[in-house]
Structure formats: C-alpha cells, structure tokens
Design a protein around this ligand. Structure first.
Ligand code: MSP
Length: 513
C-alpha cells in the first residue's frame, strides 16, 4: 500500500482579512496532514492563493493598486495566517507564479488538442463574487437585485465571445466514474446533490473571458484570459510540476488523496475538475470532501456579510491550540457549525484545563514527590490496568479507518472518553493510599503515565504545541511521535527521568461564573 498522502486546501481568494471559515478549512487539513505524518506517511500538504479573475482585478482597482502588487501584499497575509495557525503545509502556491501559469497553458492546449474546446458566445448570468456562471433557474431577486439563489451573491449579465469546454460530453463518463468510485465525493449527502445535478444534464462551460485582462492568457489568443476556475483548479497539479509527469513530486503524490474544500465549491471540484482531468487524460483525485460552513448566527461567515470572527484576534487572545481544539471538536465535521467565544471558553476550561491539563499536572506532581522523579520500575499489571491500556491497542485499526473516512468526530470522542477514563482510573485507584504497596503504586503511576503519553500522541495533530509541552515530561520530541506506538503498553522505559511541567492551559475567569 502506498505510504504517500497528498492533501490540499482550496487556494484562497486574497482578501485583506482572512476569517474563521478560512482558518477552519486549513486547520482541519493540517489535522489530517499531521495525523498521516505520525502514522508513517510521506505527506504533501498544499495551500495557497487564487489570484486571478475579475473579482481580484476590481478589488485592486478599488484600492488603486496594480493587481499583482495587490496580490503580493495580500497573499502574504495568508502566509502569515498559516504560521499563526501552526500549519505544516509543505508548499504555498500562488496562481501568479510562472510554474502555475505554464501548467495552466499546457492543460489548455491538451484540452484543445483533444477537441474539448471551441469558440462561441456566452450570454448569461455571472457572479463576480463567486466567479461562477448561473442558469436562469438558479437566479432570484432580492429588492430588485438579481442574485444567485445558492450563494445570495449579486449576478450580472454577460454577453461576450468566449471559448467553451465541452462539459456536456463528460456527463456520462462522470456518472460512470461516481458509480465506480463511491467514495470520490464525500460526505454522502453532498454526493447525492452532485449526482442529481449531473443527471439533470450538463451544459458546455464558458472557459475564457474577453472583457478584462487579469488572468492567464489563452495560448495563441491574447484577447482572452482563461476562466479563473480552470486556472485555479489546476494549482493542485502545477504544484507537483505538471506537465512533467515524470517529476518526482508528480509521480509520488498524484492522484491527490483528498481535496478538502467547503461545500460551496463542491460543483467546481466534483464536476468541472474531474471533467477537465478526464479531457486532459490525467488521473482523477481519490476524494473530494465538502465540509460544512462556520456560521455566524444562521448565516455563512463571510466578508461580504460583515459577520466575521477574526482568527488572528482569537489566537492572540486564547492561543492557537484552544482554537484548533475547539474547531475540531465542536464543529461536527461535515455539517455546518455555529461558533461562539463562550463555547470556546467552556472548551478551554473543561476539556483542556480540567481533563487534560489537570491529569498531566497531578500525575507529574505525584511522581516528583513519590517516585523519585522517575518512571517507576517493578510493575505488575492487573486487569483494571490492562483494561484501560488495551482500549488503545484494540482500537488502533479502527481509529485509522475512521480517519480515512474523515470521521474526525470519532477521533475526538475517543480522546475525550479516554481522558475521562484516565481521570476516573486515577481517582478510583487512589495511588496516594498505596504507599505501603510500592508495586501497586508503581503500576498505577506507570499506567497513568502511559495513558498520558498515548493521549498526547493522539492530541498532537489537534494541539501540537501543547502536546509537545506535555510530552516533554518524558523528553519525547516531535520526531519521536509515532502513532502505532499507542498499542505498545511498555513504551516508557522504567527509570526514565520525569521532568516537571508548567500549567498547560490557564482557566478562563468568566464574568457570570
Ligand atoms: N478561490 C476559491 C477556491 C479555489 S480552489 C481551486 C475560493 N476561495 S475562498 O477564499 O472564497 O474560500 C476558500 C475556502 O474557505 C473554501 O473551501 C470555502 O468553502 C471556505 N470557506 C469560506 N467561508 C467559509 C465559512 N464560513 N465556513 C467554512 N468554510 C468556508 O473559494
């Protein structure tokens, strides 16, 4: 089985203020990337910025700045955000880079060569905000303004010469592909939406624009720029040095293991992208997962709606790990999720400070006082110890397969339950009353330390900074974290020095508490 894993986030439209929806997509992708890494995979994790199109051209004009300069500045805010969120992306692509432009022009020529492109005229609705075309039945009116029903963004009428991609030709092959690859579109509910959209008939797609210039030129025709979605989607392979299919990166990481995206851009990823790839005779990615939205009240959080929760402010106030933990745990993955600072604070106080922080703190204090500051020797496991330890070894394969199904809820619930069990075990076993039975005391402490280690390994993809602080008790470093070792119940070497630990999470004083 291949041990390569290629995960992508969408490339973001450069907007001056990235919001929590952007942060969410990236943090979840980072969770998978880190998990796969500690499970022995070579991981390629791509993110970046989507810098062409009328939307960006207009934004630059509004700011009276050259579009490339505008993108240079704003792309940097996304790079900074990646650092702030502690992402481990292995590449950051900008669609204004040469490697990308060359690759897009190459794919265009492939489509042309295979007779998938023809010149005609487009008359219809276009939303600049979504950079998407809409049919008449997808439009509604709001206070006299025409908007796209699905996104509520304003649309404008477009009437111009355009190159078309023969999307209709790929209707049957796509349906066939979905049938043969039932996991390609996830979650299940979204898959059905896509299939019924395709079954209703696909029209050819306008893939060039003549009325503005901020984009990649159509090869041999300087009057047209390539449609920004054909441009943007190609980033997933231009980052692997396509068209050089013999390049190490391409050979190793294509087809992508998963394109992680928000549900609003599923149509582009699950219909247009595979159709372009089929037409260009390139293998299709293994999976497209459309996650839900971060809501503010009942609405999608977005810049145009002015209801943004700023991830930078939240990280500055609470730290990155609480935010990462909160988003992973509280937004049921796949569904929409409403977030609030109050619930974030509850999470910090109960799960992180009480359940995890406290367990580490009290166990280490006990070892420092009663076990000569060392992992105890002379251990004799009993049933009650094995029961709690075995939960990890028995479930290891299940955890892996749930991760492969993007069942993050299972993963986090496993951790939450394990923390609950570990605290209960420590309380029930009362090691402080076993001072006259050294072997029993040693065994309880050894078991608890082992569980702290296992849980910290599992927490690493979610709260990397804190998990490493906790693992420092055992002098365990990042490169030592190997997921498979959670089934080894004698990982910790007796006699190993135990280091002291600072408070992992400070409890938040709440006004009405
Ligand atoms: N540029 C395109 C993607 C091109 S990929 C070839 C784009 N950019 S975006 O900046 O508008 O959105 C980037 C990602 O953030 C998308 O996956 C989108 O679904 C996600 N989110 C934007 N707002 C969101 C929420 N409020 N909640 C969760 N994710 C949402 O689309």
């Amino acid at each position: 089985m291949s041990k390569n894993f290629y995960i992508t986030t969408p490339i973001y439209y450069p907007s001056a203020k990235p919001h929590m929806g952007h942060a969410y997509s990236s943090i979840i992708a980072d969770f998978f990337a880190r998990f796969k890494r500690i499970d022995g995979f070579n991981v390629h994790f791509l993110t970046g910025t989507d810098e062409h199109g009328l939307k960006i051209q207009r934004a630059a004009e509004k700011n009276n700045i050259d579009p490339l300069k505008f993108c240079d500045e704003i792309s940097q805010t996304f790079k900074n955000l990646s650092k702030k969120l502690n992402l481990t992306n292995t590449d950051f692509i900008r669609t204004t880079e040469k490697r990308h432009k060359d690759s897009v022009q190459f794919i265009w020529k492939e489509l042309e060569k295979n007779d998938d492109i023809y010149l005609s005229k487009y008359s219809g609705w276009y939303s600049v905000s979504d950079e998407a075309f809409y049919n008449e039945d997808e439009i509604e009116e709001d206070n006299g303004i025409k908007i796209a029903s699905v996104s509520k963004s304003p649309v404008e009428w477009m009437d111009e010469e355009s190159f078309f991609f023969r999307l209709s030709k790929w209707e049957k092959p796509l349906l066939e592909f979905y049938k043969n690859n039932p996991d390609f579109i996830q979650p299940e509910s979204r898959k059905n939406e896509v299939i019924s959209f395709v079954e209703n008939g696909l029209k050819d797609l306008s893939v060039s624009r003549k009325s503005f210039s901020w984009g990649i030129k159509v090869p041999n025709n300087d009057d047209h720029v390539i449609y920004v979605w054909l441009d943007a989607l190609t980033n997933y392979i231009s980052a692997l040095n396509y068209p050089n299919k013999n390049d190490e990166l391409f050979k190793r990481f294509w087809p992508a293991s998963i394109h992680l995206i928000g549900k609003d851009i599923l149509r582009f990823h699950a219909i247009y992208w595979p159709a372009f790839l089929l037409a260009a005779k390139i293998e299709l990615p293994k999976k497209v997962y459309g996650h839900g939205w971060i809501l503010s009240g009942d609405e999608k959080m977005s810049k145009s709606k002015g209801n943004i929760l700023d991830p930078i402010e939240i990280v500055d106030k609470y730290g990155i790990d609480p935010l990462r933990y909160y988003l992973v745990k509280e937004v049921s993955f796949g569904n929409d999720g409403n977030i609030s600072q109050k619930r974030l604070e509850d999470c910090i106080n109960s799960d992180l400070a009480n359940n995890y922080g406290n367990l580490c703190q009290r166990t280490v204090s006990f070892v420092l006082k009663n076990c000569d500051k060392k992992v105890p020797e002379t251990i004799n496991f009993k049933d009650e110890d094995m029961k709690i330890l075995n939960k990890f070894s028995i479930n290891i394969e299940n955890i892996r397969s749930q991760i492969d199904k993007q069942n993050i809820n299972y993963y986090i619930n496993f951790i939450v339950d394990s923390l609950f069990d570990a605290n209960k075990y420590f309380n029930d076993q009362e090691p402080w009353k076993k001072k006259d039975d050294q072997t029993r005391l040693n065994t309880i402490i050894y078991t608890t330390l082992e569980i702290i280690r296992k849980i910290s390994f599992m927490l690493y993809p979610i709260i990397p900074e804190t998990s490493l602080k906790a693992l420092n008790i055992f002098n365990i470093k990042e490169d030592d974290i190997i997921f498979s070792t959670i089934s080894n119940h004698e990982y910790l070497k007796p006699g190993l020095e135990i280091k002291s630990i600072n408070i992992l999470f400070k409890k938040i004083e709440k006004e009405n508490d």
